[in-house]
Ligand binder design. Structure first.
Ligand SMILES: Cc1cc2nc3c(=O)[nH]c(=O)nc-3n(C[C@H](O)[C@H](O)[C@H](O)COP(=O)(O)OP(=O)(O)OC[C@H]3O[C@@H](n4cnc5c(N)ncnc54)[C@H](O)[C@@H]3O)c2cc1C
Length: 400
């Protein structure tokens, strides 16, 4: 019997791969529901996501949708347009001279075989070396804001690039995929599939102390702060988590509708480079990404890397900051807020820094019993693909 602690997507996906191999599983979850940070809510005929709004398409994700009996929802054509802000929302934010510099630097890095990150190199240093300053400031930094919510100077180049180019994923579909009922529907269907395959769920059960048999049949599928607590509370000698100071960043996802006929983003969304000094990391045009998401609405993503006091800001302070960003983005002060849903997530994005790199490099045995977004892959698809490999190697190791 496999025990999985945590019923967020990481735990459910791991259970799914064990179930497919016919291995019995129990999942222990401290909350009274599955999904962790992922939840979808219908409000005034609008679908509001609390955290993730999609999976990057991959063969294994498509297979999971098929197994749990859920039709895949792909993105609208217009969402192919993605923007980065530089004196307005632009699809390519670099000037001609900067683009030429980026191409020459890139070619040089390839021919001189210096493109790989060096030991101890931050993402900022790597990006400036291989792509130039504008490449860092107006391409890499805004993209990183959309995924890692952190300044490139704080991140390990090796860890981030390894995560971004985690390419074991063959796929039929392109881009982001979800379900008609949102990510919450995927979670509910996955839970149902697992129950139909006799997976036992123990809700409201906070595993305070790790069982000694962690190395045999127990997997931790928790967020990084909870997992770090476990390493400290248990007698896992290999744990260097606390010493190294593994940290996570807080985020807020704020979904807004507007009273009057406002300017709209005609694409997926806009990412903001730190240089442009917005309060937000970026904004998603939800109703342009997937069909049937109700009246025009946007999700603004705010992060602790830009707003250190984010978790203590009142709703009104958050709204004011977003409206100030919106005014700059559209050069428009006519927008009036109609409805707002704010999801605050303390310590939700693991910092892909040198402490994490050190932890991952020095704990291979423990890591083979951990799943989650702090293990080299941040997105749901990467977690799912890694879970597949975890199960395969666990079964291989435990062959009679
Ligand atoms: C705003 C936002 C937008 C995002 N957008 C995307 C996106 O579009 N695409 C994408 O791929 N990713 C996205 N992500 C990231 C993705 O949502 C997360 O990485 C992923 O959902 C994390 O899942 P998890 O199961 O590892 O952790 P969690 O969802 O945090 O689940 C962990 C579970 O473990 C439980 N737990 C903790 N401690 C214990 C204990 N002691 N005993 C029992 N149970 C315990 C918790 O209650 C929780 O249910 C986004 C994240 C955020 C915050």
């Amino acid at each position: 019997m496999i025990r999985i602690i945590g019923a967020g997507f990481s735990g459910l996906s791991l259970a799914y791969f064990f179930v497919k191999k016919g291995v019995p599983v129990t999942i222990i979850e401290k909350r009274l529901r599955t999904g962790g940070v992922i939840q979808s809510e219908f409000k005034n005929n609008m679908l509001i996501e609390s955290a993730a709004n999609g999976f990057l398409a991959s063969e294994k994700i498509e297979e999971m949708f098929s197994d749990i009996g859920l039709p895949i929802l792909t993105t609208n054509m217009e969402s192919r347009k993605k923007y980065i802000y530089r004196n307005g929302a632009r699809r390519w934010p670099l000037a001609i001279g900067e683009t030429i510099e980026l191409i020459f630097r890139g070619i040089w890095a390839i021919v001189s075989d210096t493109k790989a990150p060096r030991k101890g190199e931050t993402l900022n240093t790597w990006a400036r070396r291989v792509l130039g300053t504008a490449g860092n400031d107006y391409l890499i930094q805004p993209m990183v804001n959309g995924i890692f919510a952190q300044d490139t100077s704080k991140l390990s180049a090796k860890l981030v690039l390894g995560s971004m180019f985690f390419k074991k994923r063959r796929r039929r579909l392109r881009g982001l995929v979800s379900a008609r009922g949102g990510m919450g529907e995927v979670i509910l269907k996955l839970e149902l599939y697992l129950k139909q395959h006799k997976v036992q769920f123990e809700f409201g059960s906070d595993e305070k102390k790790l069982p000694d048999n962690l190395k045999h049949n127990t997997f931790l599928a928790m967020d990084l702060p909870s997992a770090t607590l476990h390493f400290a509370n248990s007698n896992i000698k290999e744990s260097v988590a606390n010493k190294n100071g593994l940290t996570s960043l807080s985020l807020a996802r704020v979904t807004m509708t507007y009273r009057n006929n406002v300017n709209q983003i005609d694409g997926f969304g806009v990412l903001f480079p730190n240089k442009e000094k917005f309060f937000s990391l970026g904004v998603l045009a939800n109703t342009k990404i997937f069909e049937n998401r109700g009246e025009y609405n946007e999700s603004w993503i705010l992060g602790e890397s830009i707003l250190p006091d984010l978790m203590t800001l009142s709703d009104q302070q958050i709204i004011d900051k977003i409206m100030s960003d919106r005014k700059r983005l559209f050069n428009d002060d006519k927008a009036e807020v109609k409805d707002v849903s704010i999801h605050r997530w303390p310590n939700v994005v693991p910092s892909y820094d040198f402490s994490l790199e050190g932890f991952l490099d020095s704990n291979p045995e423990i890591i083979s019993h951990l799943t989650g977004n702090y293990l080299g892959v941040l997105g749901l698809t990467g977690i799912h693909e890694r879970n597949h490999q975890l199960v395969e190697s666990y079964l291989e190791r435990n062959k009679k």
